[in-house]
Design a protein around this ligand. Structure first.
Ligand SMILES: [Zn+2]
Length: 318
């Protein structure tokens, strides 16, 4: 599959409603001049906003009007360097009225100019009242082929008059978050629910694992191994021999061990990335790679003991 198809598939599986609606609007040449993307952070609002900007400016769209993602226009949009795509980022505490005024000046069309332009305002709820009022005037008089996309996680902070002038697209929660929520509702405690939702996307399977004594025992064994590995403690070797190999006799258990280790490792990595302690996040990323490689080796019939011991050495050298 070419990259374009992979990306479209990804949007379709993560945000089926929003993506289908935009695709339909593009196909029928009925793009609205203003969209409001509503959803929690991390659900793909900004990726889809950039994709829509590409659909508008790509010089090589396919027969359905979808962007090629590889032409000069698409690449510049992706990299954030397109002169006609204005992105107001999320860094600032608030979006001030001066910013909106400056933006409007950039966008005002002069004479015969027919350049298509796109504005993306991330965290649009950071606009204060006067910023919103200033933007409102612009939304009331759409012109010059300007496409405006607002992203927000809390539409309630936007003026109703703004919302009513935009096509609103609701983004759903990601499957992992959705699954975790279901598990919590089912009475599974938070930590286990987080681990299970990283392990599988199958609700029934997650529930049956959570209710299995064997699984919970295995989880606590893997958790201890994870702590030793993380500290690069040589005890991890002894632990493999004395605690893991003797218990994980079946291939299925051995694979589950590595899968659980991957989830624990991944969660720690996400925590570190979020806390901006970037010096160790690279080490964790490399470690994660080693865990994935170990799983492949196990599947190609290298013994569990060998795979685990090699993994310890590899993680120590990351
Ligand atoms: Zn393109």
């Amino acid at each position: 599959m070419v990259e374009k198809e992979v990306i479209e598939q990804k949007f379709l599986s993560l945000q089926p409603q929003a993506f289908s609606l935009l695709s339909k609007n593009i196909l029928k040449h009925r793009l609205s001049h203003a969209y409001l993307f509503v959803g929690e952070s991390g659900v793909g609002k900004h990726s889809l906003a950039k994709w829509l900007a590409k659909a508008k400016l790509c010089t090589n769209v396919d027969e359905d009007g979808k962007p090629c993602l590889i032409c000069n226009q698409c690449v510049r949009i992706e990299d954030g360097f397109h002169p006609d795509v204005y992105i107001v980022g999320t860094q600032a505490q608030s979006i001030k009225v001066e910013q909106i005024r400056a933006l409007k000046k950039e966008l005002s069309c002069s004479g015969f100019e027919s350049r298509q332009k796109v504005v993306i305002i991330q965290a649009a709820d950071k606009m204060n009242q006067s910023s919103q009022n200033s933007l409102l005037k612009f939304l009331e008089e759409p012109n010059c082929g300007v496409l405006i996309i607002l992203e927000t996680s809390s539409a309630a902070r936007l003026l109703p008059t703004i919302i009513s002038r935009m096509q609103v697209l609701k983004f759903c929660e990601l499957p992992v978050k959705k699954l975790k929520k279901h598990l919590l509702n089912h009475g599974i405690e938070d930590r286990t629910a987080a681990i299970l939702s990283g392990l599988t996307n199958n609700f029934e399977e997650a529930i049956s694992l959570a209710e299995s004594e064997d699984f919970l025992n295995l989880l606590s064994l893997v958790q201890k191994w994870f702590y030793l590995l993380e500290k690069r403690d040589m005890q991890a070797f002894i632990y493999v021999g004395s605690n893991l190999v003797s218990v994980m006799k079946k291939k299925k258990e051995q694979e589950l061990t590595l899968d659980l280790l991957r989830v624990l490792w991944q969660q720690k990595m996400e925590m570190i990335v979020k806390s901006d302690a970037d010096s160790s996040s690279l080490q964790y990323a490399k470690g994660l790679e080693k865990i994935l490689e170990a799983k492949k080796k196990l599947q190609s019939n290298v013994s569990f003991q060998n795979v685990s011991e090699q993994l310890i050495l590899k993680i120590r050298s990351c």
